[in-house]
Ligand binder design. Structure first.
Ligand SMILES: [Mg+2]
Length: 261
């Protein structure tokens, strides 16, 4: 794409660009417009699937940029609405089903249940659960067995190159890749002069620490992130306002500081 791009912004969605409660981003409109005026890139980086991110990316007018989906296990390329087919998810499911039944049955993945099952597991609405179920790169699920059974299960998966990440609620299986890995790839492609990353949760930290400026967006619904690498030196900024309002202020301040107008 564009050579000599000044700035690429990498942003988490829930609790960062998107309000935790209302799911709205309107409070960030002024900063989004300012970014668009200087032709900055804005990369959405979320645990959501491609179909979940795609509609929002269009609404935000960011369709000419890729989006980081499924927590960095994959990318939704620019200018496409959906990932046509990846062999990764199918391959994950095949590997899972090759594991002896007594262990296999202790993992209940999104692919093992109906949309109603995903509603039950996540608390999402039916429509949102239907989109969350359309996976391309990773398989979240619940572990129903003991810790030692889990170790045995994971050992078998590792033998096939499958990586597992234990989150608060879900054990997520993939072939690797996280938000910062994808961020690095995008930076290598576009060589921006500056990068800014914004997030609110532990899975955003590596991205925030890797950017020229990392912005911790306040989220009163979760414990604050501990002091981050670079924070004492001013590379990490914390917003006072939560969600898109904090996002808006932080971006406008940084555009001033970097003299990007
Ligand atoms: Mg978040």
């Amino acid at each position: 794409m564009t050579a000599n791009i000044d700035l690429i912004v990498f942003t988490d969605l829930d609790g960062t660009l998107i309000d935790h409660d209302t799911y709205k981003w309107g409070a960030a409109q002024q900063a989004l417009t300012a970014l668009s005026d200087i032709s900055a890139g804005v990369i959405l980086a979320s645990s959501k699937t491609a179909p979940e991110v795609s509609a929002l990316r269009t609404e935000l007018g960011l369709g000419s940029w890729p989006a980081i989906v499924e927590n960095g296990a994959g990318l939704l390329p620019a200018h496409v609405d959906a990932i046509e087919s990846t062999t990764q998810y199918g391959e994950l499911r095949r590997i899972l089903d090759g594991i002896p039944t007594e262990l296999r049955d202790l993992f209940r993945g999104f692919g093992d249940v109906t949309i109603d099952g995903v509603v039950e597991m996540t608390g999402l609405s039916y429509d949102a659960a239907a989109l969350a179920k359309q996976r391309a790169f990773s398989e979240p699920g619940q572990w129903l067995g003991t810790d030692s059974q889990k170790s045995e299960f994971l050992e078998r998966l590792t033998a096939h190159g499958v990586v597992a990440q234990q989150g608060g609620r879900f054990l997520t299986l993939s072939f690797g890749g996280n938000k910062v890995d994808q961020m690095r790839r995008i930076i290598e492609t576009h060589h921006p002069k500056y990068t800014v990353a914004l997030g609110d949760a532990p899975n955003d930290v590596a991205m925030l620490e890797h950017a020229t400026f990392g912005v911790v967006v306040a989220n009163p619904h979760r414990p604050p992130l501990p002091p981050l690498q670079g924070e004492a030196g001013g590379q990490i900024i914390r917003t006072t306002a939560a969600g898109p309002l904090g996002w808006n202020t932080a971006i406008l301040d940084l555009l001033d500081r970097l003299e990007l107008h």
